[in-house]
Write a protein that binds this ligand. Structure first.
Ligand code: SF4
Length: 61
């Protein structure tokens, strides 16, 4: 299963990933943190990666 990683330099703190998947991402100080890399129960975080406007979320093995 792939795990999401956030590039902090690229993240603009829009909150879309945390809004979409609050069990995986949390916004702190305008950066998204992965609070539970295995919290996605449905899509391996592909939806969150797709919703990020600046492509800051990568999916790694
Ligand atoms: S969707 Fe992207 S830019 Fe927005 S908070 Fe999440 S990682 Fe950051």
């Amino acid at each position: 299963m792939k795990k999401p990683v956030v590039d902090f330099d690229t993240c603009v703190g829009c909150g879309s990933c945390a809004e979409l998947c609050p069990s995986v991402f949390e916004l702190r100080d305008e950066k998204a943190y992965v609070i539970n890399a295995e919290g996605c129960g449905s899509c391996d975080c592909e939806a969150a990666a797709g919703v990020c406007p600046v492509e800051a979320i990568s999916l790694v093995d």
